[in-house]
Design a protein around this ligand. Structure first.
Ligand code: ADP
Ligand code: MG
Length: 274
């Protein structure tokens, strides 16, 4: 079990759902960007070997770049891997590279294999010249050691849920794993936030899914909902967040709303677990 602690004033949020394509990366980068635009200092840690968050933030992630891979193996600190983003002066990123694909296996034989990100993050946040208000960790679509490292490093979990068929499929497995982490590795971890994504208000299905999720998780589901929007899906191919790409689009406004709500709503939850 962890014995040290994260700085009290930094919210460390893992964005996780073992289903692929539900909007984890999109939510990570656009929420992070929205919070930076509201005046917060924000760090995104890309923990998916695909590197989609790094791409969307316009951050270099060729294999030779120092990345979260070297951080996990203990060869570098976060201060060596962190990069500014072109998106916003308050928004920073620790990129992932394709090297991270091998990390699930390489980590197995290392000591404290579940706590490597936590240790590196605590050390960095203690010594960093910036005070970070938020750290977001973008997870790969699996429940392996990379995701375990993300759960151990965070205080909060944010689960994006796609408003489509089988939205709740796999959710009990995810929550079960989070319970195991709480019990054995990180007692202060809280599922603080659920965000409904790719919502299409014209379909009955989206409304039914939204209602069902809200009835199961009345206090976790955010009021703000992210609509399905072409601008949101186009932005990453320009290496941009939706805020840089089209700041007046409904997708950008929805993520700004979600950011305002996130900033407000889960403050009490943090102290509950701490
Ligand atoms: P994950 O990280 O969970 O695998 P992504 O964030 O990469 O999911 O999203 C999967 C795909 O859906 C991407 O092509 C992304 O651009 C698209 N997408 C995500 N959110 C939206 C949205 N609100 N509207 C339209 N497309 C979206
Ligand atoms: Mg992703």
């Amino acid at each position: 079990e962890i014995t040290s602690s994260l700085p009290e004033q930094t919210r460390v949020i893992t964005v996780s759902n073992q289903k692929g394509g539900v909007g984890k990366t999109t939510t990570t980068v656009n929420l992070a960007s929205a919070l930076a635009r509201r005046g917060a200092n924000v760090l995104v840690i890309d923990l998916d070997p695909q590197g989609n968050a790094s791409t969307a933030l316009g951050v270099m992630h060729r294999p030779e770049v120092t990345s979260v891979y070297e951080v996990l193996l203990g060869d570098s600190g976060i201060e060596d891997a962190i990069q500014p983003t072109t998106d916003h002066e308050r928004l920073f990123c620790v990129p992932s590279t394709i090297n991270l694909a091998g990390a699930e296996i390489e980590l197995v034989s290392l000591v404290a294999r579940e706590q490597r990100l936590r240790t590196a993050l605590e050390q960095y946040l203690r010594e960093a010249e910036h005070h970070f208000h938020y750290v977001f960790i973008d997870c790969p679509p699996s429940l392996g050691l990379l995701t375990v490292n993300a759960f151990v490093a965070a205080r909060e979990v944010l689960i994006p849920i796609q408003c489509e068929y089988y939205a709740l499929e796999g959710l009990s497995q995810l929550l079960g794993n989070i319970r195991l982490i709480q019990k054995h590795l990180n007692p202060e971890l809280v599922v603080s936030t659920i965000l409904l994504t790719m919502y299409d208000s014209r379909t009955n299905l989206a409304n039914e899914v939204a209602e069902e999720v809200r009835s199961h998780f009345p206090s976790e589901v955010m009021e703000a909902v992210i609509p399905r929007s072409v601008r949101i899906s186009e932005a990453p191919s320009y290496g941009q967040t939706v805020h840089a790409y089209d700041r007046a689009s409904i997708g950008a406004l929805a993520y700004l709303e979600a950011a305002a709500e996130l900033a407000e709503r889960s403050k009490p939850l943090i102290h509950e677990g701490a």
